[in-house]
Design a protein around this ligand. Structure first.
Ligand code: HSE
Length: 428
């Protein structure tokens, strides 16, 4: 039997305790699979005497995560503190400096400092693994880094924030507006301490930036992710989109588009009958598209104690087994610095307009769209009591900048009221 692999866990919140439970409850399975005992040596958290529902008495206690990271008797430093600076980053740096392998669930930290930390870790010939940082229990990092390693990736598409998917699907099932369902999600404890991380698309944007780096061999560039949250989505749009055969999702898309790397996290329409369209509640789904494999769809729980701890364990197990992989699938020092670009990929669009109900109004809009090369695929005008007619237009595939120009010019028609809504329909 090989020596035990010794770990230190910093952060005993939901995920940290989940990891302790798996190591305690599945001890024999883990040992059979790795050929080694996985041993927790020491743990660290803010409050020592809090009852966390698991027996921590056998582990050494460190009140400072940096002291834990520097201990000579651990092989793997497991960072589950969270946050993109402060204790999480400082303790990881201390662990790298003292020659540990690192496992983290920290998407924010990697999205901001992934390149720097990967170079530092690999410079020491150590590992930095982060399966739990993207889509919780779904083994998407492993799928991309290992299972699909033979492919040139063409696109990553995904719903990677369960809270937003919960809000959007609950709006649809209840008919209630965003504000009411936001409060419901808050009461259920689904929102991050800073809710804009969820509803502003930031958390999902972090995850997309990490997948894009592995998928396209590029340096993580979260700042280049075009972010748009779900706060502007109205129940009218949810209902009208459904009426036209679509669902609205906070969708992440990353692809190389000829000019550079496109990364966007924004509300999009997807066909209601597609797997992404049928995704309900807090579940995550990622579609990976490779030149030889075609499309792979992975779905499952994107958050929570068991699923996230399960993903942390897969990294610990890999390290215990002796699997040695660079952080982003290829050495950090050869990852490319690629030009970030706005989307120029053609797609159909959903437009919702409020038009004056008078002769020629629709003709003016159709003519303006035509001026920008936008062709109407389908159109519907809804019943109304006042002199503003709600009109929905689904366009044929259109260049995004044509839509932008048309939106900027629509007020000039003199027949459009309120701000028009334009949402991309992502081809799947
Ligand atoms: N808040 C995230 C979500 C989970 O709702 O999916 C952590 O990334």
């Amino acid at each position: 039997m090989t020596n035990p692999i010794k770990i230190g866990i910093a952060g005993l919140g939901t995920v940290g305790i989940g990891v302790v439970k798996i190591i305690q409850q599945n001890e024999k399975i883990l040992q059979a699979r790795t050929g080694r005992k996985i041993e927790i040596v020491a743990v660290s958290a803010k409050a020592k005497n809090k009852n966390r529902g698991v027996d921590l008495s056998k582990y050494q206690w460190e009140s400072d995560p940096i002291s834990l990271a520097k201990r000579k008797d651990i092989d793997i430093f497991v960072e589950l503190i969270g946050g993109h600076k402060g204790a999480a980053k400082d303790s990881i740096v201390a662990a790298i400096d003292t020659g540990k392998d690192i496992v983290t669930a920290n998407k924010a930290l990697l999205a901001h400092s992934g390149q720097e930390l990967a170079e530092k870790t690999e410079g020491k010939n150590k590992l930095l693994r982060f399966e739990a940082a993207v889509a919780g229990g779904i083994p998407v990092i492993k799928a991309l880094t290992e299972g699909l390693a033979g492919n040139r990736l063409t696109r990553v598409v995904g719903v990677m924030n369960g809270t937003c998917n919960y809000i959007l699907t609950r709006m649809q099932s209840s008919g209630l507006n965003y504000e009411e369902i936001f409060k419901e999600a808050e009461a259920l404890g689904y929102l991050e301490a800073d809710p804009t991380l969820d509803v502003g698309g930031i958390d999902a944007g972090h995850k997309l930036a990490l997948l894009a780096s592995i998928g396209f061999g590029t340096k993580v560039n979260f700042d280049a992710v075009e972010l748009e949250g779900i706060g502007q989505i109205s129940i009218d749009d949810i209902n009208h989109a459904a009426d036209m055969g679509f669902r609205i999702k906070l969708l992440g898309v990353a692809q190389l588009n000829g000019d550079g790397l496109e990364q966007r996290m924004s509300p999009c329409l997807v066909p209601a009958t597609s797997p992404l369209g049928q995704l309900e509640g807090g579940t995550n789904m990622v579609m990976l598209e490779g030149d030889h494999v075609g499309q792979i769809i992975l779905s499952g729980p994107g958050a929570g104690e068991g699923p996230t701890a399960s993903a942390v364990m897969s990294d610990i197990i890999d390290i215990a087994r002796g699997v040695r992989l660079p952080t982003f699938g290829q050495p950090a020092n050869i990852l490319k610095e690629i030009q970030p670009v706005k989307s120029n990929t053609y797609a159909p669009y959903y437009l919702r307009l409020s038009l004056s109900d008078k002769p020629g109004a629709l003709a003016k809009v159709a003519s303006l769209l035509g001026d920008f090369g936008i062709s109407i695929d389908r159109m519907r005008q809804y019943a109304h009591a006042d002199d503003h007619a709600p009109v929905l237009i689904v366009t044929h595939a259109t260049e995004p900048k044509s839509i932008e120009k048309a939106l900027a010019n629509l007020p000039k028609t003199g027949v459009v009221h309120d701000k028009p809504v334009a949402l991309r329909i992502e081809p799947l």
